[in-house]
Design a binder for this molecule. Structure first.
Ligand SMILES: [Fe+2]
Ligand SMILES: [Fe+2]
Length: 171
């Protein structure tokens, strides 16, 4: 094995890609801080509103963790517009509007929110693998904490959907 394979390359392409994707998800998390209160307000189901509000608190922490990662790399926490999250949130807005008077509103909100969570899970899983490859141990730890919270948020939404919200939408 070549001795260089396990060493971090702070100026290599993987490092650049890692930082690029960090900027993308920082933008996404900041948009979610704005979107989640709207989703909590729109939700009819109390448990769903509570889940959105709880995840808002976690999401604020996701921003803080990303800022800590930038700091650990000696970089300024700059965000870069994420067209994927912009699209997912536009879809969430459209669904909220289209179903505002429907018994399926909460099911629609959950469907939009789970797409967001899955985007985040995909991104954080990739970022953690990159950080691990690059030997950025602080980042691995912080990304794991966030990844676990995204996974739990997704599971909570599934529980709320199958625990009554989907049935209500079908009534
Ligand atoms: Fe997040
Ligand atoms: Fe999330």
């Amino acid at each position: 094995m070549k001795s260089s394979t396990n060493k971090p390359h702070a100026d290599g392409e993987l490092h650049h890609l890692f930082v690029d994707e960090l900027r993308d998800i920082l933008w996404a998390e900041k948009e979610l801080v704005k979107a989640l209160p709207k989703m909590a307000k729109a939700a009819n189901d109390e448990e769903l509103a509570k889940a959105f509000t709880m995840h808002l608190a976690e999401t604020k922490n996701h921003v803080t963790r990303l800022e800590a990662i930038f700091k650990s790399l000696g970089l300024t926490a700059r965000s870069k517009k994420c067209p994927a999250m912009e699209g997912l949130l536009k879809e969430a807005d459209e669904l909220s509007e289209d179903y505002k008077d429907s018994s399926a509103l909460d099911a629609a909100l959950i469907s939009a929110a789970q797409k967001v969570e899955h985007y985040e899970i995909g991104t954080y899983g990739t970022l953690r693998a990159f950080a691990s490859r690059l030997g950025y141990d602080d980042a691995v730890k912080l990304l794991t904490e966030t990844l676990n919270e995204e996974g739990n948020a997704d599971k909570t939404l599934t529980k709320i959907a199958t625990g009554g919200v989907n049935e209500m939408a079908n009534a």
